[in-house]
Design a protein. Sequence first.
Length: 117
Amino acid sequence: MVDTKRTSGRPAKLTSLEALSQAAECLKTLAHPHRLRIVQMLLHGRYTVGALAEACEIPSHMASEHLRLMQRCGFLSMEKDGRCVYYTIAEPHLASIMHCIESRFGGLRPSRAGASA
């Protein structure tokens, strides 16, 4: 954190722009419905690519790409158990982020075209 004086109405401590840039890149990685679903599932246990793909209703190769991107950002780790590869959460702060998302958007219902109020 960068220490600043309370001049010009800014808070006393601001996060460095470099750190905020890193945060923005990681948030961009999360900003996809399939990746958020994957995180949501992995917060409750470990899963294979196939199980995650099925839950997201996408082919396994697409799920693998999403997992690769999130691994590269440090969000996920993988572990082998025999011939199976399981993915788990490596970044504990994802639970807080997902809690915010679920609190804000969890009650939304898909809009139905032509539905009358």
